[in-house]
Design a protein around this ligand. Structure first.
Ligand code: BDP
Length: 580
């Protein structure tokens, strides 16, 4: 799906701003989709609803929530007019002027619907009902049992049972279930004959083929541009050539533009000449062995929740450059298109992850078909981004389960089939009994999350080093590249300890030094991504001090002690040929 664009043939109008809002219940109230809300609250879109009000009901909400926006717009006769949502978590129903337009499932990818037959010039009423419930069949996966049941040995448990067992979300994942209209809403127009989709394949020799799907079946005209200069011209589906192309490199990105034209439509698709593949135990970018230095991240911030914050995205990339990182993973869901556009421009390598976290034996049968769809949709949305160098099918599924191999291999094949660039594919695993893992080594790159010294052998870094070493010896035998996609320790900013005890900034620093000492011994380890870039909000619990504190930066992006360690370490590690 193309990102909406304002150009000489297309208009783009933002509907972002203050919307009317009401929290609903567990049953859908259709009236809230047909008529103006009574006594609505006011909320900003795009942003999650949970943290926008000083009101616990918003924070803990379970079930439906209703958004409404009134708008007028100058309608141009004969134009195709499209309403587009960047992401609404987790599922929604959209009405315009009392009529249902679309239902969409999944909180991290865009969807759109034509509205030219349903809009009026004045006073349109757009209504969106959003459901934030998660369960065994959603991605991400929610639990369906109440953990408070563990307290059932209390002598008076029966009397509190009703209260404890109230319906609420029990995420099977460690990030706050921020929901609502999380990304921008816009209306854009095209001609009736329009460009539906564009796929660019460019190899480092300078050959480029631009495929364009058009509504009329007409073959689109293609120009390859560098700035204003036309380097090559032809038609969609033809091989075009750019002599001595400037490659897209890590930290030194260079983007070209494919101008795709029909008589009355036009789209400017950025692309790059760069090549990604694995070879033996190396991960090659433009033929050179790459070393990933970076983070697992979240889309998470104060007030916005999981809502897009482009200023924060700019800051995060700037902090990554400050710390000498070159990459991150979109843990644990597809990030906004705006962030990927930024990474294309900034030369940051991205591992793009499907929203599949918390998968286990109970969910496998229920998520499979939907997982295939969401994976294909993600790759279709993101296929042209040079910044994406690998796809991740899921984070930490139960990959020891007997069902795991048969679940993941079709997804692995699907990812390769959907991707015109055939980027490497991985599944990020974390199993204590890693010898029995059925998925990790079947992927192109083995990606491991590991918390020795924290969850396993808490505080004991000697034991942690030994355990990490044993695990690396095991995975070395597969002769594939391996990355540590998560490792880390909580550090509460401002807690210091000369003895480097857990939760102090010193312990976090010592932890990373110890782990990196082991990882550095193994040339097949092609990357280290610390967990997490920044502190982030999670579900409340005894394991979390106002959220997960494994950030190398605080939630408001201030460096902890370990940030200075990584800045120094990564300055000394080149992007290419490390340990080679
Ligand atoms: C890993 C998960 C990640 C968690 C992290 C942690 O992949 O989502 O936040 O553990 O516990 O297992 O900090």
């Amino acid at each position: 799906m193309l990102y909406p664009q304002l150009n000489e043939k297309r208009l783009k109008i933002s509907l972002d701003g203050i919307w009317s809002f009401l929290l609903g219940g567990e049953e859908l109230d259709e009236q809230c989709l047909r008529e103006p809300l009574k006594n609505p609250e006011r909320l900003y879109v795009p942003a999650s609803f949970n943290d926008q009000k000083a009101d616990k009901r918003f924070y803990e909400h379970y079930g439906w929530a209703y958004y409404q926006k009134r708008f007028s717009l100058p309608i141009e006769a004969g134009k195709r007019t499209v309403l587009r949502f960047g992401a609404v978590a987790h599922s929604c129903i959209v009405y315009l002027n009392g009529k249902e337009l679309i239902r969409h499932r999944g909180g991290f990818l865009p969807f759109e619907v034509e509205i030219q037959n349903d809009i009026k010039p004045v006073d349109n009423l757009l209504c969106v009902a959003v459901d934030n419930r998660i369960n065994y069949s959603t991605l991400p996966v929610g639990n369906e049992t109440n953990h408070a049941m563990f307290s059932s040995s209390l002598p008076d448990f029966e009397s509190v049972k009703k209260t404890v067992l109230k319906n609420k979300n029990y995420p099977n994942f460690d990030f706050f279930n921020y929901c609502g209209i999380n990304r921008s809403v816009c209306i854009y127009t095209t001609d009736e004959s329009y460009i539906q989709d564009i796929t660019v394949c460019a190899d480092i020799s300078g050959r480029v083929r631009v495929d364009a799907k058009t509504s009329c079946g007409e073959r689109a005209k293609i120009d390859i541009l560098s700035g204003d200069e036309i380097l090559a011209s032809g038609f969609a589906g033809e091989d075009l050539y750019v002599e001595s192309p400037v490659l897209w490199e890590i930290g030194k990105p260079f983007l070209y533009t494919a101008r795709v034209r029909l008589e009355n439509d036009c789209y400017y698709q950025k692309f790059a000449f760069r090549e990604v593949k694995t070879q033996g135990d190396s991960f090659l970018i433009n033929g050179k062995p790459f070393y990933f230095k970076g983070f697992g991240k979240h889309e998470d911030s104060e007030t916005h929740g999981r809502g897009i914050d482009e200023a924060l995205n700019v800051k995060d990339i700037s902090l990554m450059k400050w710390i000498n990182a070159n990459s991150f993973r979109t843990s644990h869901y597809p990030y906004s298109e705006e962030m990927l556009n930024l990474c294309d421009e900034e030369g940051i390598a991205v591992i793009a992850e499907a929203p599949a976290v918390g998968l286990n034996d109970k969910s496998y049968d229920k998520t499979f078909e939907y997982h295939k769809q969401v994976l294909a949709d993600m790759i279709n949305r993101d296929k042209n981004h040079p910044c994406i160098v690998m796809w991740s099918l899921a984070n930490e599924p139960d990959s020891v389960s007997e069902k795991a191999y048969d679940y993941f291999m079709p997804l692995y094949e699907l990812a390769h089939k959907c991707d015109p660039q055939s980027r490497p594919v991985t599944t990020v695993v974390c199993n204590n009994d890693y010898v029995k893992d059925r998925v990790a080594a079947a992927m192109d790159v083995i990606c491991i999350n590991r918390y020795y010294g924290w969850y396993i052998f808490p505080g004991d870094l000697d034991a942690a080093k030994q355990a990490m070493n044993e695990e690396m010896k095991h995975f070395e035998s597969f002769k594939k590249p391996l990355m540590i996609t998560e490792y880390g320790a909580d550090a509460v900013s401002g807690i210091h300890s000369a003895a480097s005890t857990m939760f102090s900034e010193e312990f976090q620093l010592e932890y990373y030094k110890a782990m990196n000492e082991v990882l550095d011994k193994y040339p097949f380890v092609v990357g280290e991504q610390a967990w997490n870039f920044a502190d982030f909000q999670t579900v409340q619990g005894t394991m979390r001090v106002d959220g997960n504190k494994k950030g190398i930066f605080t939630r408001d992006r201030r460096p902890k002690l370990a940030a200075h360690y990584f800045k120094n370490r990564w300055e000394g590690i080149p992007d290419f040929n490390y340990k080679r």
